[in-house]
Ligand binder design. Structure first.
Ligand code: NAI
Length: 474
């Protein structure tokens, strides 16, 4: 039987389910097709479970240094089983919440795998969605006026390094570990690699990062990456940059895995209980029927315009499957814009330079806009202001005063071009910088904003003053 909809969304992750809720608010008859669980990668295999583990690691680290705060606790003992249970509990509560929201929005959910059909008896246009139902029942046919593809991305490995769930894993398997290894090699010093390195080191695991590029977190400001490397080394993490890993040298057995990499012109061998591969994610654009449409791909990512329309103007795509920032909060905003466009509204396109990027390691890292290097490359005459957490009272009270905030601004117009942070709670502090970018604020406006004392937020006010050499506490 065919079911008619205004919008069918393939994929119920953060991008897809938020788009569905907005569609329902706008009175559109909406369905989601989801092959696993509503909430997708972010809720079940990404942001939420990894941040829950990171939080436990941070608590463990804090308890171990409790004497610094005058608290004499018994020896801190890690019960990883309970850590995993807590993580599952957090995911479960949020999962129930998402299900509730979908129910409240009267959104139909089809549990199965959706594929887009070409022109058929159901419609002269491509876009009918055939759902292969997870329970094995007959395929459902959905005939929508509009489709949103929100199928996300999946982990990948390096050629020649197969994921075996024992010696070689990705973040998917790492999240489900029942026991912590004593040592881990992490291939890739990007976002996932850094978060896992920080977490595992705080849990007491011996960690080596092998990163191909010259710096960790290639997309971040060079000074931030340098400070991160220094602080990770302080945590006894072995950081090797410019490392050319040689998958063919991988040897597994007796509970250990070995691999070589060329670094500093020499072949070096590394050994650990496990290797975590974190070298980026592939888009889920295969096997969903795109060959039945005129939709264009770029390296597997679906090409879209500023309203997220594909070459087939009634088929939209959002989130990781279109590439770009591959962040949950970008995906959900994209979903809202796509739906508002479907509903005939005139949504203002997203300015990606205004979207904050956050890394939840200890230290945390957050940024918005251009790095100093990118700004110079674009031809801006740049001036910067930098302020360390060491001169912020609340950071000392916190007992966490590593890191700094750096503001990159245009020397001609005074506009803020980028804000880069490393240190305590910066994943929360970055929102002020995001708002500043949206409002096109200058450092003067940030410094004119009264920041409460004592607060970590004072670092923004001081960094803004530092742009013009006016910082007070340094
Ligand atoms: P990534 O693109 O951030 O980093 C991959 C790293 O691996 C790069 O630094 C790259 O130079 C390195 N690399 C590639 N090939 C290599 C090789 N052969 N040997 C050594 N190093 C190699 O990708 P990642 O960390 O896997 O994350 C995937 C996506 O998930 C990202 O786009 C990220 O935005 C998203 N994500 C976001 C999070 C957040 O916002 N906090 C958390 C986790 C993931």
């Amino acid at each position: 039987m065919a079911h008619e909809y205004d919008v069918v969304i393939i994929g119920g992750g953060t991008g897809g389910y938020v788009a569905a809720i907005r569609a329902s608010q706008l009175g559109l008859k909406t369905a989601i097709v989801e092959k696993e669980a509503l909430g997708g990668t972010c809720l079940h295999k990404g942001c939420i479970p990894s941040k829950a583990l990171l939080r436990s690691a941070e608590v463990f680290r804090t308890v171990k240094r409790s004497e610094e705060f005058g608290i004499e606790a018994e020896k801190a003992i890690l019960n990883f089983n309970k850590v995993q249970q807590r993580k599952a509990g957090v995911v479960d509560r949020l999962y129930k919440g998402v299900q509730q929201l979908i129910k409240k929005g009267k959104i139909d959910v089809y549990d199965g795998f959706g594929r887009i059909l070409g022109p058929s008896i159901f419609s002269p246009l491509p876009g009918t969605v055939s759902v292969e139902m997870s329970d094995g029942s007959e395929n459902e046919m959905l005939v929508p006026k509009n489709v949103i593809i929100a199928t996300g991305s999946r982990t990948k490995s390096l050629p020649g390094l197969d994921i075996d769930d024992t010696y070689i894993i990705t973040s998917d398997e790492a999240l489900e570990m029942e026991r912590l290894p004593s040592s881990m090699i992490i291939i890739g010093g990007g976002v996932i690699g850094i978060e896992w390195a920080s977490m595992l080191a705080d849990f007491g695991v011996e960690v080596t990062i092998l990163e191909y590029a010259e710096q960790l977190l290639a997309a971040e400001d060079q000074e931030i990456a340098k400070e991160l490397e220094r602080l990770l080394k302080k945590k006894n993490i072995n950081v090797v940059t410019k490392a050319k890993v040689q998958p063919e040298t991988c040897l597994k057995g007796d509970g250990m895995v070995k691999i070589s990499a060329v670094a500093d012109g020499q072949i070096k061998e590394f050994a650990a209980e496990k290797i975590l591969v974190a070298v980026g994610r592939d888009p889920n654009s295969n096997n969903i029927g795109l060959q039945n449409t005129d939709i264009e791909l770029d390296n597997g990512f679906i090409k879209v315009n500023e309203y997220y329309q594909t070459k087939e103007s009634h088929i939209y795509a959002i989130g990781d499957v279109i590439g770009g920032l591959q962040l949950a909060h970008a995906a959900s905003h994209e979903g809202v814009k796509a739906v508002e466009h479907i509903a005939g509204q005139d949504p203002s396109p997203i300015t990606y330079d205004h979207v904050p990027k956050c890394i939840y390691s200890t230290p945390e890292i957050a940024s918005v806009g251009l790095t100093e290097y990118q700004a110079k490359e674009k031809g801006f005459k740049v001036k910067t202001g930098k302020f360390p957490f060491q001169a912020i009272g609340k950071a000392l009270i916190f007992g966490d005063d590593d890191g700094f905030v750096k503001i990159v601004s245009d020397a001609d117009t005074n506009d803020i071009l980028g804000v880069h942070m490393i240190g305590p709670n910066v994943t929360d502090l970055i929102s002020e910088a995001g708002l500043a970018r949206v409002l096109d604020a200058t450092p003067w406006e940030i410094s004119h904003t009264v920041h409460p004392h004592p607060s970590l937020g004072e670092v923004m006010g001081e960094a803004a003053l530092a742009v013009d050499g006016r910082a007070i506490h340094i």
